[in-house]
Design a protein around this ligand. Structure first.
Ligand code: FES
Ligand code: MG
Length: 575
């Protein structure tokens, strides 16, 4: 393995010149002695903690274990806080700020005397944001997953993040649960530090980080409050120092094959639809060609093996997945589908990492011969309504809508749609197709998770729990239902979704991967000529920059100026 000749941080800290005088004296101002850093890798611990991010509340203290590990291996640890995106508390959408965090991570690594980084994250957008930034900076980096929270509990019943919030909210609207029951659910659904414990976006993305090889084997599923999480944090600290000495960088780990492993594992987990956007963005940063087609192809081939809500009919959650053996056990079962020779942050291959991994519960992590769902979790549809593609999650919807044609009910914004949803006399059946538009990357802005459009209360009271819904928004990974998402191009920039009218007939055929509005090309052209673009969402600030530069969902919603290559003049001056 390659050995590093000279530490990058020495250019700041170990010279006898005026600039170095300033750097050294300011590190000494913090109470450190040259013996603390001389000849040692400086490890930046990017800690994504804040009082408004309940999923990361343990990071405030967990960072001490990372530091312990760094010191044990002879490194010099320094904590750098980053902006923290508490998914459920940010409006209109944390995705709006994923790229801001990614840029911050990249620039903090680049600007400071840093040799390697530990990335502490886990809440939905944080994992991809930190990995996007570290991928572009390309210094040795290891990802430390926040770990899932404990399973939810209310009046003797297990509760799952997101999934049960949606489920019981529908029941409350249908009038089937009491106020004390509702209050018990509010207090019981999120009981500890850690990320959502269903197979939502958080666990999907931390598992993908592990499968790609950017996190330690088994780290993604350790519950945040388990003592094993503390030990794993120290191990990350020890390992990053070795990675610096080996000069093991994200560019060596993140090959196209590594991303294909990430997608394969995601499919076997019954992943969140959000994974598509993040993995495409991350792969493009790494200079790898990954597209929607890779997801659809792998999805047809890889069955869902993880019996974790919102997939399947079980009550299993991430805690159960961890006790069953976690990702190494799942990857052991997936061996025939994986590229086993890929190098990971351990310095070893995937095959070596999962060697001897056992499964302790065949109902939680199913064998290939007895999957939860025979085809993969996601399907990519195309047609005149989504020329650049859209996605749906067949493993978490009722089969009745796998092939469906219905009459469109079209809404330009959320408030007008909500009127229909709340109207007990609404003229709506579960044969209708609800369309919500202007909720895409530019229109939302930031593709809010509005794609699981609530069921109309009229239908809930009839006992109906699913219908076909279409939008250019995203949905939470913990959602379920026949929801077509990520329609590209989005309506806000004049995608064909903008041209649909209430009363049009829309067909979706998931086995054929087709979505179609039964309107002729001539009529669509007439409607396009009459279409008026909505006014821009922002006139200034970050929002303006975002909407000027954001790419569409099929390209990962990265900024167009954050390409893989920085050009010849982008190196750091050696002064
Ligand atoms: Fe943080 Fe779900 S809200 S992971
Ligand atoms: Mg989520």
């Amino acid at each position: 393995m390659a050995k590093l000749e000279k530490l990058r941080s020495q250019r700041w800290l170990d010279r006898d010149d005026f600039r170095s005088f300033n750097h050294r004296s300011r590190v000494m101002q913090m109470g450190y002695d040259p013996r603390d850093w001389e000849g040692k890798p400086v490890i930046a611990i990017l800690n994504n903690w804040s009082d408004y991010n309940p999923c990361h509340q343990h990071f405030k203290h967990r960072v001490e274990e990372v530091k312990r590990g760094v010191l044990q291996s002879g490194g010099f640890p320094l904590e750098l806080p980053t902006v923290s995106l508490g998914e459920n508390l940010i409006k209109p959408s944390a995705l709006l700020y994923r790229n801001m965090l990614a840029m911050e991570v990249e620039e903090m690594i680049r600007a400071y005397p840093v040799d390697g980084v530990v990335l502490m994250g886990g809440c939905d957008k944080t994992t991809p944001a930190m990995l996007l930034g570290a991928t572009s900076a390309d210094l040795p980096a290891i990802f430390l997953p926040a770990g899932p929270m404990l399973r939810g509990m209310s009046r003797g019943q297990t509760l799952g993040s997101g999934s049960d919030a949606f489920k019981y909210w529908d029941e409350r609207r249908a009038g089937t649960i009491t106020e004390p029951q509702w209050q018990s659910i509010i207090g019981g659904i999120a009981r500890s530090a850690g990320t959502c414990m269903t197979m939502g976006t958080a666990s999907t993305m931390t598992s993908i980080a592990e499968a790609i090889g950017m996190a330690l084997p088994g780290s993604a599923s350790i519950p945040a409050v388990d003592a094993g999480h503390q030990r794993m944090a120290a191990q990350c600290g020890r390992r990053i120092v070795e990675m610096v000495r080996e000069d093991l960088r994200p560019s060596a780990v993140q090959t196209r094959e590594a991303f294909l492993n990430g997608i394969t594992v995601a499919m076997a987990l019954g992943c969140s639809t959000n994974a598509i956007i993040h993995v495409i963005a991350q792969a493009r940063r790494a200079g790898q060609d990954i597209s929607l087609a890779d997801f659809d192809r792998i999805s047809r081939d890889v069955p869902v093996l993880a019996n974790i809500r919102p997939n399947g009919t079980s009550q299993y959650l991430m805690e159960d997945f961890h006790y069953a053996g976690g990702l190494p056990a799942l990857m052991q079962r997936l061996r025939p589908h994986l590229r086993l020779d890929q190098v990971t942050v351990t310095g070893r291959t995937v095959a070596e990492n999962i060697e001897g991994a056992e499964c302790f519960n065949d109902d939680v992590i199913r064998p290939l011969a007895n999957p939860v769902y025979r085809e993969g979790a996601l399907a990519v549809l195309r047609g005149n309504l989504a020329p650049d593609g859209c996605v749906i999650k067949p493993s978490a919807m009722s089969e009745k809508f796998l092939r469906h044609t219905g009459t469109a009910l079209v809404f330009d914004d959320y408030p007008s749609m909500k009127k229909l949803i709340d109207d007990e006399q609404a003229d709506v059946t579960d044969d209708h197709v609800i369309v919500l538009r202007n909720a895409g990357p530019k229109g939302g802005p930031g593709m809010p998770e509005w794609g699981m459009i609530p069921m109309p209360v009229k239908l809930l009271k009839e006992g109906k729990r699913d219908m076909l819904r279409i939008s250019d928004a995203r949905m939470s990974g913990t959602s379920y239902g026949a929801c077509v998402l990520h329609v590209a191009p989005e309506a806000f920039i004049g995608g064909n979704l903008a041209l649909v009218k209430t009363g049009d007939r829309i067909s979706v055929d998931i086995p054929a991967r087709r979505i179609h509005v039964e309107v002729s090309d001539e009529e669509l052209a007439r409607r396009r000529a009459a279409w008026v673009a909505p006014p821009p969402r922002f006139a200034r600030g970050y929002g303006w920059m975002f909407t000027q530069h954001i790419l569409q969902a099929d390209q990962g919603c990265d900024m167009d100026f954050l390409q893989a290559s920085f050009g010849e003049n982008a190196g750091e001056p050696d002064i």
